[in-house]
Design a protein around this ligand. Structure first.
Ligand SMILES: [Zn+2]
Length: 99
């Protein structure tokens, strides 16, 4: 789980998910209210999730999966990604380069 680089507080899973659904590139620490940013390494790891949606579409079309089953597959995958996402992120208190 990510740890605030300003106050050292380890964020809970719920705090991570709540912070991740906000817009913008900064995540506000729930303890000290300072902006935190994803490290370059964490951004690279989590950017791989972008390829999941096209992959699922390809699998649905290639194997002729029914629309409702495809939707269920998307939802299940979304929940799994949401579940593991907080374990993959690392925080820094400095806004770094995009890559
Ligand atoms: Zn903090």
């Amino acid at each position: 789980m990510p740890k605030c680089q300003n106050c050292g507080t380890t964020w809970t899973w719920v705090q991570c998910v709540c912070r991740l659904v906000t817009l913008g590139d900064s995540l506000t620490c729930p303890s000290c209210m300072q902006d935190q940013f994803l490290t370059v390494k964490a951004r690279k790891k989590t950017s791989l999730f972008v390829f999941i949606a096209p992959l699922l579409m390809f699998i649905s079309v290639a194997f002729g999966i029914e629309p409702f089953a495809s939707l269920a597959l998307f939802l299940a995958t979304f929940l799994v990604v949401l579940g593991i996402f907080p374990f993959l992120i690392e925080l820094t208190d400095e806004r770094g380069p995009m890559w």
